[in-house]
Ligand binder design. Structure first.
Ligand SMILES: [Zn+2]
Length: 467
């Protein structure tokens, strides 16, 4: 049986045009001005709607153990929320256990991923340097299709690696075609600032922001980029939150470093003042890096427009308010660090970006889908609308206005970060490999239908170190 989508407006990172789509066996097989459906064809009328490539969220923490607790969404609720929010592929972080090999750890995560409703892959986090880790990298890339890793420069004792270890890991990653993602914050400096703050009795959520000032992010970003340059490796700075750090990325790119930046929806529309909300409401907004002073947002939007920012990731790291965020009611350092975002990223970016005139619709597609697909080895199978691509599609009605609320969300949470926000546009249908997984805004896809994403290596890079 074929599926025909008629009368829609197709949007890619470069084009907007009206055409019909033909889908067979999960892939787009033809695009034409008009198809005449046959008797058995499944016909979808997309009049008045955009047809966009499904979102690719390369920054998720589903089923993630962290800071004495674990994230509230597993691969079922998390990927239902993703689907409802127009995301058709995710790359989730693993989280290694002490002494466990990367490959053993990956098998555990692949098992968890089997309940996923959408396609899923993994970035392996390396939190413990050993020579063995270096030997595993080529196997991860060749045999498992895991072509990205992640290193942390903060969370000492839990995830943090030092500069020398970063260099050795990045160098090997560069050699074998793996891109290294970096959480760039100066962990040692932050730990000291936190201790100072608590000693003075400053325990409210706002002090989470004050103890992680932008210099702690920009310094680490600059250091990671320098190490990547020395190691001749592709580097991806996750969740860039501020102008200072973005400047470091810009400088490195000019030097020829294969450097890429991601930002997240919350840094684009929320700011530091949310952390100061009364009655511990601020706890809901604790994530790292923290929300910044509002003026940074213009720099981030401009970075998206100019191509300095390559992708938007949700950094979906959800914790319930009652029982999880409240662990830190008397001490901000005990609030689990993370915010939800997988369900609302698409809508938030469309509304504040496209609707309010900050970015073009094509740019929206680029950072939401095409950019992440290219950087993380999924192109040209995912990330655009063209013959031969998977039919991962979002039908979007730009005329509907709707209110974001926890009452209607799929995220397994007792709050929504954007509660009460009215956004322009609504996702009406989502197709994953041609199968309708969202219809009339309701998730209808079955858990476990998602497929593991075996990803390609990043392209070999020229030597970038300048003398
Ligand atoms: Zn994250």
């Amino acid at each position: 049986m074929k599926t025909i989508i008629q009368n829609g407006t197709i949007v890619t990172a470069t084009d907007i045009y009206k055409a019909d789509l033909k889908i067979e066996q999960g892939a787009i097989t033809a695009i034409s001005n008009h198809f005449i459906p046959e008797k058995d064809d499944h016909v979808i009328d997309a009049s008045g709607q955009y047809i966009l490539p499904g979102g690719i969220d390369v920054h998720t923490h589903l089923a993630w153990p962290f800071q004495s607790t674990g994230t509230a969404d597993d691969f079922v609720t998390g990927t239902q929320a993703a689907a409802a929010g127009g995301i058709t592929s995710i790359i989730n972080f693993t989280n290694p256990k002490k002494g466990q090999t990367l490959l053993d750890n990956l098998q555990e995560w692949k098992k968890k991923g089997e309940s996923s409703l959408i396609d899923y892959g993994f970035h392996s986090i390396i939190s413990e340097y050993t020579d063995h880790v270096l030997e595993e990298l080529p196997i991860l890339a060749e045999r498992e299709g895991v072509t990205s890793i992640k290193l942390f420069m903060a969370y000492k004792g839990e995830l943090m690696v030092n500069d020398r270890e970063m260099y050795k890991i990045m160098k090997k990653a560069g050699e074998v075609g793996i891109i290294t993602s970096i959480h760039a914050e100066n962990g040692d400096l932050i730990d000291e600032l936190v201790e100072e703050s608590l000693a003075k009795g400053n325990t409210d959520p706002i002090f989470h922001a004050y103890t992680r000032p932008t210099i702690t992010e920009s310094e680490a970003t600059g250091r990671a980029l320098a190490i990547a340059e020395a190691a001749n490796a592709h580097v991806y700075i996750v969740h860039v939150s501020c102008a200072d750090a973005l400047e470091k990325v810009e400088r490195a790119k000019k030097r020829g470093v294969q450097a890429f930046a991601e930002t997240c929806p919350h840094y684009l529309v929320l700011d530091e003042s949310y952390l100061a909300l009364p009655d511990f409401e601020g706890g809901k907004y604790v994530c790292s890096p923290p929300l910044r002073e509002k003026w940074n947002q213009d720099h981030l939007w401009r970075g998206i427009s100019s191509g300095l920012v390559s992708t938007i990731g949700s950094d979906h790291c959800p914790f319930r308010f009652e029982g999880q965020k409240t662990l830190g009611r008397d001490n901000f350092a005990k609030i689990p660090n993370g915010c939800p975002g997988i369900e609302d990223m698409f809508s938030i970016l469309y509304h504040y970006g496209v609707q309010e005139g900050r970015i073009s619709l094509q740019k929206f597609v680029e950072v939401m889908s095409t950019g992440p697909a290219k950087l993380f080895g999924l192109y040209p199978k995912k990330g655009s609308i063209s013959v031969g691509f998977d039919a991962d599609l979002v039908l979007f009605n730009p005329k509907i206005r709707r209110e974001i609320t926890k009452v209607k969300q799929y995220q397994n949470l007792d709050y929504n970060l954007y509660e009460g926000t009215v956004v322009q546009g609504a996702i009406t249908r989502v197709l994953s490999r041609g199968e309708e997984i969202v219809r009339d805004g309701i998730v209808v896809g079955q858990k476990g239908r998602g497929q593991y994403l075996f990803r390609k290596k990043v392209a070999n890079i020229e030597k970038t170190v300048t003398s």
